[in-house]
Design a protein around this ligand. Structure first.
Ligand SMILES: O=P(O)(O)O[C@H]1O[C@H](CO)[C@@H](O)[C@H]1O
Length: 331
């Protein structure tokens, strides 16, 4: 699908609950009102303006967007033919405020396949609405990406998992959605996608199969790899024991504070999605356990495993490259 072929009607989407937005050199710190100002932030025109700004400054025409999770910025460091843009230099872009999220958009090639990496993502607990957290996914779509790879650091609920394991995300539980919070809240803009969105195949089974096949060929990787269900909580606090146990009852294998809203946004604009969690800690499931949650330690887990993670992503991207023609999609 060419972005120029997306139908034109409907009003703008996007929810305003923002902090730290850079626009015309000013930062706004407006209070959260989930539906008000829907038309002024994250409109199709705004996303298009950002996409045009970027495309005028890079010759890379990416097919795949990659979101680097906490401590996983190494994924962007392996690109060649790089053009990078600090978030605070991109019009209308939020800024990263979390350690381990560098805060730049990196265009380049991964094994020859043109990609764009978010080296740092936005989280709800930073004060951004879910729509704003995932707005860059729409930018990825409008610069030509048909695929999204989202990565994250997550805590394990599943007791069979260990720190350093990788969980391919087969499905998610949109817990924040149960509470009425969703990146698609407010008027729908049909140029992005439909009002009502099916999510039964949110994570592309063919890419899961590619990743599993790739892992089998990587020494020691097969033992680290799992498939499971991810759940996003709002954060920034970690879970109580009772919440961890509830998650287990819900069928959740790993918990984080990201990814779900990005995948919803990506599916809304027709992107094919693949995601995985790096297990950085075991969730505290009993009052007898010491809680040892520390974001900086989680970031280090990512750094220790970067070789394997980069190779896994490179292999999935190679398969995406094979499935796409080299014809640029974007203007
Ligand atoms: O999901 P990413 O961005 O990898 O980050 C994870 O790590 C942080 C907690 O340490 C939270 O932001 C959680 O979501």
């Amino acid at each position: 699908m060419n972005v120029n072929e997306v139908s034109v009607n409907g009003s703008a989407n996007g929810v305003s609950c923002e902090s730290g937005t850079k626009s015309a050199g000013k930062r706004s710190n407006g209070l959260c009102n989930p539906v008000k100002d829907n038309s002024s932030y994250g409109s199709y025109e705004m996303v298009e303006e950002i996409a045009t700004y970027l495309l005028e400054r890079t010759r890379i025409r990416p097919r795949c967007g990659i979101i680097c999770g906490s401590g996983l910025g190494c994924l962007a460091d392996q690109l060649t033919d790089v053009d990078s843009f600090d978030y605070d230099a991109i019009p209308h872009f939020p800024v990263s405020t979390v350690a381990g999220h560098r805060g730049r958009l990196v265009f380049g090639r991964l094994g020859g396949v043109p990609v764009v990496c978010m080296q740092g993502r936005f989280h709800y607990y930073e004060g951004y609405s879910l729509a704003k957290c995932s707005m860059p996914v729409r930018v990825m779509r409008l610069v030509g990406c048909t695929h999204l790879i989202a990565t994250n650091a997550a805590g394990a609920i599943n007791s069979r998992f260990r720190v350093g394991d990788i969980m391919l995300i087969r499905d998610h539980v949109n817990l924040m959605g149960f509470a009425g919070n969703c990146p698609l809240l407010g008027p729908n803009d049909d140029r992005f996608g439909p009002r009502f969105l099916g999510m039964a195949k949110a994570y592309e089974p063919a890419l899961l199969a590619v990743a599993k096949g790739a892992a089998r060929q990587m020494p020691g990787m097969d033992d680290l790899l799992h498939e499971g269900v991810y759940c996003c909580v709002g954060g920034p606090n970690f879970e109580t024991v009772a919440e961890g146990r509830l998650m287990a009852l819900l069928g959740v294998d790993a918990i984080g504070m990201s990814t779900v809203h990005e995948i919803i946004t990506a599916r809304h604009c027709g992107m094919t999605c693949f995601a995985f969690s790096l297990i950085t800690n075991m969730c505290t499931m009993s009052y007898d356990e010491e809680e040892e949650h520390c974001h900086e330690t989680f970031v280090d887990v990512g750094r220790q495993l970067e070789g394997r993670i980069c190779e896994l992503v490179a292999r999935v991207v190679a398969s995406i490259g094979e499935s796409c023609s080299e014809t640029p999609l974007a203007k």
